[in-house]
Design a protein around this ligand. Sequence first.
Ligand SMILES: [Ca+2]
Ligand SMILES: [Ca+2]
Ligand SMILES: [Ca+2]
Ligand SMILES: [Ca+2]
Length: 392
Amino acid sequence: MRRLPNDTIALSIPEMSFETLFGDPDFPANAHGGNDTITVDVDSMTSLILVGDTAVLLDRSQGGNDTLRVNIEGSLNTVIVHGDAQSMSGHARGGNDTVIGDSENSIWNGFTLYGDAGGDMSDHVQGGNDTVIGVFGGRSLNTLVGDGGAMSGDTRGGNDTLLALQTGLTGSAVLYGDAGGLTDHARGGNDNLIFTIGNEAQTGGGNLYGDAHELSGDARGGNDTLTVVDLHGNLHYYSFLMVGDAFSMSGNAEGGNDVLTGGTYADILVGDARHYYPAAPGSITGGRDVLNGKGGNDEMWGGPNSDIFAFDKGSGQDLIQDFGQGNSVVGSTAAEHDLIDVQDYGFADWTALESLISDDGAGNAVIHLTASDTITLQGVQTADLHATDFIV
Ligand SMILES: [Ca+2]
Ligand SMILES: [Ca+2]
Ligand SMILES: [Ca+2]
Ligand SMILES: [Ca+2]
């Protein structure tokens, strides 16, 4: 396989430009892209598309391991970075890239960063194991994607690390571990998504999806870790939607086993999907997820399959919407046994915990962990709860 040279390129783009730049613009069939380091400074009102290798990776081509960094200054820029190509097909493989967008010192910008290819990834394409980093502030809406735009056929997502860091006052980001959509037999990788709220942040938040916006056909989500890290700790206008697999799952989609850890605020945590459209009763399978909303009054859905809801001291007034009921949402009659983990509270035994559970008069059991921490179980009676439902 022919290897293309490793280039180091640094350039600045003037205001009001439209630029498309490639790390390896002349890419012969079945070649291996160079490991390029490209740094681009962007001023105001500019549209930049930066691609680590070439426009289209075909057949047995392989993207290089590139480091792509865009420093965004001024305002009203649109930046799209593709770690490898704009689309990939055949048996092409993405490189293991580091893709960085930094708009910390600017306002009204948005960047979209893809670890592999922002367009279609089809056939037997395999995404690389990429590190995608977005740093932002100034009223920007940003998107970080571990692999690509749309994955179909037998494509495989890489095991990616996505890091969103809000350093400025306002801003938000949407993170997808794999792609916008996965269909056919596409499979998501095992991704690690982290959103960090900086200590100067005032308002913001984001949506974190372990795999995609949509899982359809026979697509399968990966086993992902989603985390919100709060360096500020005292904000009011902040919220996150965290979803282990996808916004919607349809057909015969299958969710992965995901671990979700919320921030200090009123978060929504969902083990598998926000919406389900099964092809037949029970055709959608959920993962075995672990959800911990941390502080704030959180709302949680484990989704189908047996999930664990964990609570730490200071967890707030939380609501579990589907305790023991996740499978019925997708029309499945399979057995399901969700668990509630309250080990952090140090109860002596089940008897001590049981005495703190009562009905709220509206058909819901409420667990009074402390004077300020409660767990409400929607549609579950106190009499239905047993020692085997808890990890004490
Ligand atoms: Ca890549
Ligand atoms: Ca991935
Ligand atoms: Ca997942
Ligand atoms: Ca689940």
